[in-house]
Design a protein around this ligand. Structure first.
Ligand SMILES: [Zn+2]
Length: 259
């Protein structure tokens, strides 16, 4: 059996008496710790990211691209300024895989939960849409609403790998619904993506279809292709954009340690 907290004897409350004999009740640290533990358990942070913090974000090697340090700086400033100065603004981390975008996003989420008493959730974009779709197809009464509501109303949402989905009207509408609802409630969203922050493919009116198709096939898909241009520009509006460049430093470290 767990022992009750020796400070409050398990009541969770402490009473102090001032010089005039007035009594004040306040929460014991053990209750705050319990609340943080619960919020962390509900945050859905993947196990492999559980220890991520801004202090252990490594840019990996001496030749690390300066944009990685700049990204960590923005993340730290955001966490420090939250919530009064951030006022619903979030961060959009853009860059190739392996630059630590998710590490930074999770660090912010963990930091706000443990230090600012915030609530928050981590979702991969695809996983969230798959989950909503499966609940919807099972027609589990209320379950979709419950999940949507918790995603929309938590203090901080981390949406990992934005755009790593098969584009469809449903996925565009659902993503737009979630992000717009959070934006309207002044709730911050931290987003990562490895897609180029560019508009969808457009065809000039006078270009033959075959040439346009060849041009489309030759180019990499963009964020605009995957989430639609309207949502891409909304994301820019609701987030500070942080571009991260450089090589995959996890790979560099891995190679170096086995060579
Ligand atoms: Zn206690």
């Amino acid at each position: 059996m767990t022992q009750p907290c020796p400070t409050c004897d398990g009541s969770g409350l402490l009473v102090t008496i001032d010089d005039r004999g007035n009594r004040f009740a306040h929460e014991c640290d053990c209750r705050l710790e319990l609340r943080v533990d619960r919020a962390l358990a509900l945050s859905r942070i993947p196990r492999r990211y559980l220890d991520c913090s801004l202090s252990n974000y490594e840019t990996g090697h001496s030749s690390a691209h300066p944009s990685l340090c700049a990204a960590a700086l923005v993340a730290g400033r955001f966490a420090g300024a939250y919530p009064l100065e951030t006022r619903g603004q979030g961060i959009l981390f853009i860059g190739a895989s392996g630059l630590g975008k998710t590490h930074l996003a999770v660090s912010i989420l963990r930091g706000l939960i443990t230090e600012k008493g915030a609530s928050g959730q981590f979702w991969e974009h695809k996983e969230l849409l798959d989950k909503l779709r499966s609940i919807y197809s099972l027609r589990t009464a209320g379950a979709e609403d419950k999940l949507l509501r918790s995603v929309i109303t938590c203090d901080l949402l981390v949406l990992d790998d934005l755009g790593d989905i098969t584009p469809s009207d449903w996925s565009w509408d659902t993503t737009a619904y979630i992000l717009n609802a959070r934006y309207n409630e002044n709730l911050s969203t931290v987003i990562t993506t490895n897609l180029a922050n560019e508009p969808p493919f457009g065809t000039p009116a006078d270009e033959p279809v075959s040439r346009a198709e060849a041009r489309r096939m030759a180019r990499r898909e963009t964020l605009g292709d995957r989430i639609g241009e309207r949502m891409r520009s909304r994301v820019q509006e609701m987030c500070v954009t942080v571009e991260m460049q450089g090589k995959d430093f996890r790979q560099t470290i891995k190679r170096a340690s086995f060579s």
